[in-house]
Design a protein around this ligand. Structure first.
Ligand code: NDP
Length: 457
């Protein structure tokens, strides 16, 4: 007597697929299998685990169109962006296939004469990952590729609107020849997550998603003294100074706000523009927004497809209405499109006042909030005036100035003259209510290891 998970195609509003949810007996079997597999997997050398990644990258590339279409059907991402996401997953595998061994090398420490003191990196065991729907493949591989290569095993509880992607990712690992149980998908909603976290077979957890979901998982894991990594929301500032290359700042700002339908934690959300260039910036920014192609996400030409779920689009629209009521002006967009599917147009809110959703909350959709500030120091102050601290982007043709401003912004990363993006080579994560811990790079792969000191006299 299983419950089921229905998938609604957000481009049409139609139910396309139904998946049976796992019950506790199935979860229990998966947990046992994870523990059994871990005993074998942890014994393998990093070199051997790197080799599996070479095959995983091949499997991903071989069927990239198939996986991209599945993603687009489930959550509405434009197909060209879905293909790029799958390619990025293969790059992630390439990266750790060449670097995991170096990242996980033992570290020697200064020690008294005649002793040897080093840190070795042991895996922790089964890791539960609670993941969101916005980058269904990337997010799941971003945690699993490094953690599994460090010798852990993974269990994925994906968002309830992307069960097909969740199962496809498990299939990728199978096709690449990984031992059964190294990566498993649990087809479950959020209800059983507490019990899974409390189970002694789970050793650590990671979550990407909203603040409330992050708090729920972190507090439950905290009760059990299990380590967590959290990658939560953001309201990233995009600071345009008077000496910015405006062509680039307009073009990249448009992309940074609208890619993936604006549904990205590291999307630029608050555009903070100094007075000298504000009018010109906003005119050109509006032109770019209005030039975007909105439509069927399966069409290669589409820039912006539907929002992933109708309820989320409705929540976004409420945030827009409340911001306009508080005094913001919708220069373009601002109303759901009158067509089937959960379509929200690229929207610019100008003259956004303080204390409204567009200034205080995360707007998870294609809505740019634009703020006018007097100068650099006011821009920095506003950039930091937020509960979040994920990423930030700063635009100036003076690279030294850019770096100086970057150092004054409280965020997990600041990109100067570039959009904030995740990259396997670079640590990724936030501060404040954007979460804690880092993913990717040599730092991320060591989040879920026991850094064990071995002192030999
Ligand atoms: P959620 O944070 O609710 O969902 C993310 C994941 O957490 C899903 O797998 C979800 O499962 C799970 N989850 C939710 N609540 C709990 C809980 N109490 N215990 C355990 N797991 C839980 O995001 P939504 O999809 O509802 O989106 C809402 C908002 O969250 C967005 O508008 C956006 O602001 C933010 N968000 C941020 C993301 C990011 O990348 N930082 C990604 C997605 C959303 P299930 O789907 O089964 O509910």
């Amino acid at each position: 007597d299983h419950s089921s998970m229905e998938v609604i195609n957000p481009a049409t509003g139609e139910e396309t697929e139904s998946y049976e949810e796992d019950d506790w007996a199935e979860i229990d079997t998966a947990l046992d299998r994870a523990v059994d597999t871990f005993e074998d997997w942890r014994q393998r050398s990093v070199r051997e685990r790197e080799q599996f990644l070479v095959d995983l990258a091949d499997v991903i590339r071989d069927e990239k169109h198939h996986y991209a279409e599945l993603m687009t059907r489930e959550m509405g991402k434009p197909i060209s962006q879905a293909i790029a996401e799958i390619e990025k997953c293969a790059w992630l595998c390439d990266h750790y296939a060449s670097h995991a061994g170096t990242y996980l090398q033992e570290e020697q420490h200064p020690s008294p004469p005649g002793t040897s003191v080093k840190t070795v990196h042991d895996p922790l065991g089964p890791v539960l990952a609670v993941m969101p729907w916005n980058f269904p493949f990337w997010q799941a591989l971003r945690f699993s590729v490094p953690y599994i290569t460090a010798g852990n095993v993974g269990l994925l509880k994906h968002a309830s609107n992307v069960p097909g992607c969740a199962l496809a990712i498990e299939e990728l690992y199978e096709k690449a020849g990984y031992p059964e149980g190294v990566f498993q998908t649990l087809v479950v909603g959020s209800d059983p997550v507490d019990d899974i976290l409390a189970d002694e077979r789970i050793r650590a957890a990671t979550l990407t998603g909203s603040g409330p979901a992050g708090r729920a998982v972190a507090s439950k894991a905290g009760e059990q003294l299990k380590k967590t990594v959290l990658e939560l929301g953001g309201s990233d500032p995009f600071v345009v100074l008077e000496d910015a290359d405006l062509d680039a700042a307009v073009e990249t700002g448009t992309r940074a706000r609208n890619q993936n339908g604006g549904q990205s934690c590291i999307a630029a959300k608050r555009f903070i523009v100094v007075d000298d260039v504000y009018d010109e910036y906003i005119d050109r920014f509006t032109e770019e927004f209005e030039a975007l192609t909105i439509g069927d996400p399966m069409d290669e030409e589409t820039d912006v497809g539907p929002q992933a779920r109708r309820d989320l689009m409705e929540g976004l629209h409420e945030q827009v209405i409340a911001s306009v009521d508080a005094g913001a002006t919708a220069i373009t967009g601002g109303e759901p499109l009158d067509r089937e599917g959960a379509y929200y147009p690229p929207t610019i809110l100008a003259d956004v006042p303080e204390n409204c959703p567009a200034s205080d909350e995360e707007l998870f959709g294609p809505v740019a909030a634009v703020f006018r500030v007097a100068d650099e120091s006011a821009a920095i102050e506003m950039a930091n005036d937020t509960q979040f601290g994920l990423g930030a982007s700063v635009w100036t043709e003076d690279r030294d100035r850019g770096e100086r401003v970057a150092r004054e912004i409280d965020a997990g990363c600041v990109y100067v003259n570039q959009l904030v993006k995740s990259d396997p080579r670079v640590p990724f994560g936030g501060v404040k209510e954007s979460g804690y811990g880092r993913e990717l790079s040599g730092i991320g792969i060591k989040e879920f290891v026991n850094r064990k000191t071995v002192w030999v006299e």
